[in-house]
Write a protein that binds this ligand. Structure first.
Ligand code: MD3
Ligand code: FE
Length: 203
């Protein structure tokens, strides 16, 4: 079930639902090597979202800025490999949305506990905006806020539930977006949190 959101953005409702147990198990392997951490923004704030990465490149934030790095600064070594289940899902979702041949080199994993939020931003740290971004929602529901190319543009709200996949490319690639504070709850797949996998070709 593919629903257009704005030109370039497609919601694949429930696309990852049947893969969720496999993704969740693979994530445990990633976390064993690169555990959850709360990164610090360049402004000095601790992010309420806990993060980790897998794949050749990982997104990191610290007092010096945002960037993609091959090294996990917590583990002091390369990020863990991107599990095959992750790569297959990302490529199949991109394909279903009309982006054939998507091969991500970075998977940022975000964990939202009740109250955690992500303020309105653009994803601009990647080298080539011609590649789409694939996002997979697991666990508790959340509300995605998405706006336009300008920060002041009107924002729309889109509820995202367990198994939803959204592909952002083309003219939607640089849209502003964020996640409203997570509502408390309990989910059989994740417990008391929401997990989002974001696949990118960053390098
Ligand atoms: C709209 N993550 O990691 S995914 C991020 O749910 C991020 O954790 C959110 O924003 C999350 O940067 C939202 C949905 C998403 C991802 C990329 C986009 C929406 C987007 C790129 C352009 C426009
Ligand atoms: Fe983002």
């Amino acid at each position: 079930l593919a629903l257009p959101i704005v030109p370039g953005a497609v919601l694949l409702r429930g696309f990852a639902g049947d893969q969720a147990p496999r993704l969740r198990a693979a994530l445990d392997g990633v976390l064993a090597a690169s555990p959850w951490r709360h990164m610090i923004t360049p402004g000095g704030f601790r992010m309420s979202v806990a993060m980790t990465n897998c794949g050749p490149l990982g997104w990191v934030s610290d007092r010096t800025g945002y960037r993609y790095d091959a090294i996990d600064p917590v583990a002091g070594k390369s990020w863990p490999a991107m599990p095959q289940a992750f790569r297959e899902l990302a490529s199949e979702a991109a394909n279903a949305a009309g982006f054939a041949g998507f091969e991500p080199d970075a998977c940022l994993v975000n964990r939202y506990e009740p109250g955690a939020r992500l303020s309105l931003h653009q994803d601009r740290d990647e080298r080539d905006y011609g590649h789409p971004i694939v996002s997979v929602s697991l666990g508790l529901p959340a509300v995605l806020l998405f706006g336009g190319l300008q920060r002041k543009d009107k924002s729309m709200r889109l509820p995202l539930v367990h198994g939803d996949v959204v592909v952002w490319g083309g003219p939607a690639r640089l849209n502003h977006h964020g996640i409203l504070p997570l509502k408390d709850g309990e989910h059989p797949s994740t417990g008391r949190c929401r997990i989002n996998l974001t696949f990118r070709k960053a390098g």
